[in-house]
Design a protein around this ligand. Structure first.
Ligand SMILES: [Zn+2]
Ligand SMILES: [Zn+2]
Length: 313
């Protein structure tokens, strides 16, 4: 099968012809129809996430159809369309798994990082971590739901019942979260890189009541802030924009260092927290909610052979 392969960090992907993978017990062989590109792919390629299997087929926002079932795999039939997310395997027995925090599993394995992913014609996935995809979505349109959507949703969930949400970094995750937040009756403000008028206009088109520079104070204090950009300096900026008792949630897997800041902007019971990975429960909840809310995704399609160009952009 044709694949784009990472052979070492900080090297371009190379086109390769690999033997077709075989599904083991409980696994599915999936013909990949679309695989979205995630910021995390860049962190893997850059070596900021330092423990990939090598060589590696990256890609963890996979939509495909089942072409073969491994032994005892019975959740899906041949021809079924499934989505494969970042969380690829958990142990089920560690303290975290037992407490419903499988996203923090000590031995978790991730798609397109420790498990070959979707930058290929075929992929193999554990069926317990695959999800049916609502027929209203096209393959390409559904792909960003599998990570930008899922992690975005978990990030929003960590904001609790916040009514006014500030979204920092208006990219893939944010444009999905904005639609979910609106559907849930929340209000939102959008913060972009200073002067990024296009991002601010895009946010307004999705219902942002206010959109402005991340350095600007919002017109009213936020109940919660969600940070999707990888810039650590946004943490104190978001804290300063958040009301007493509010929460700042960092949705990324990697961020530049957070500069020191005065205690007074954290005081009054403000909370800073991060989000790591996803649980299967997040995926089930979010995929149902996305279909219900009619969440749409904006995409640009490229052939797999041009993966390096997309990652450069
Ligand atoms: Zn575990
Ligand atoms: Zn991702």
């Amino acid at each position: 099968m044709y694949a784009q392969l990472l052979t070492a960090a900080r090297q371009p992907l190379v086109a390769a012809e690999l033997p077709p993978p075989r599904p083991g017990p409980g696994q599915l062989l999936i013909a990949v129809r679309a695989c979205a590109v995630c910021r995390t792919d860049l962190h893997v390629l850059d070596g900021e996430l330092a423990e990939p299997k090598l060589p590696l087929v990256p890609g963890h926002e996979i939509i495909g159809t089942v072409v073969e079932q491994g032994e005892a795999a019975e959740r899906f039939g041949i021809g079924d369309r499934v989505g494969v997310p970042w969380l690829g395997w958990t142990c089920g027995v560690c303290d975290y798994c037992r407490r419903g925090q499988e996203n923090l599993c000590d031995r978790a394995r991730f798609t397109g990082y420790q498990i070959d992913g979707g930058y290929a014609e075929l992929t193999v996935a554990d069926e317990r971590y695959c999800f049916p995809i609502d027929p209203h979505y096209g393959d390409v349109e559904a792909a960003p739901l599998m990570c930008a959507g899922l992690i975005g949703y978990r990030t929003l969930r960590m904001a609790g019942d916040a009514q006014l949400v500030g979204i920092y970094g208006f990219g893939a995750a944010a444009h999905i979260v904005a639609q979910v937040a609106r559907h849930q009756g929340r209000r939102f403000f959008a913060f972009s890189r200073p002067g990024d008028v296009a991002a601010q206009d895009f946010a307004r088109s999705l219902g942002a009541e206010w959109a402005g520079d991340s350095t600007a104070p919002p017109p009213e204090p936020l109940d919660a802030a969600l940070i999707f950009a990888t810039v650590g300096a946004l943490v104190p900026a978001a804290l300063a924009a958040t009301r007493k008792g509010g929460t700042v949630v960092c949705g990324g897997i990697h961020m530049s260092d957070i500069p020191s800041f005065p205690y007074r902007i954290l005081w009054e019971e403000r909370v800073v927290r991060s989000v790591a990975n996803l649980t299967r429960r997040d995926a089930e909840e979010f995929l149902a909610l996305a279909a219900d809310a009619g969440v749409r995704t904006e995409t640009v399609t490229y052939p797999l052979a041009e993966a390096n160009r997309v990652l450069d952009e």
